[in-house]
Design a protein around this ligand. Structure first.
Ligand code: SF4
Length: 62
């Protein structure tokens, strides 16, 4: 499973970073980005939680 952020939708609210900083961070452009590569079992659940809390549904995990 990999996480990605649609920067067209992201409003930079920071919820995903607060929920799961292992996977998401606010980049220099003020919008979120996800780490590259496969998510480990340890972070997957938190990443899913962050996805659910994103107010604009900008996060995809697949
Ligand atoms: S929670 Fe959603 S809108 Fe907020 S920073 Fe993360 S991806 Fe962007």
């Amino acid at each position: 499973m990999r996480a990605s952020v649609d920067k067209e939708l992201c409003i930079g609210c920071g919820v995903c970073e607060a929920e799961c900083p292992e996977v998401f961070r606010i980049a220099d452009d003020g919008l979120a980005e996800a780490i590259e590569g496969e998510l480990t079992e340890e972070v997957l659940e938190k990443a899913q939680e962050a996805k659910e809390q994103c107010p604009v549904e900008a996060i995809t995990i697949e």
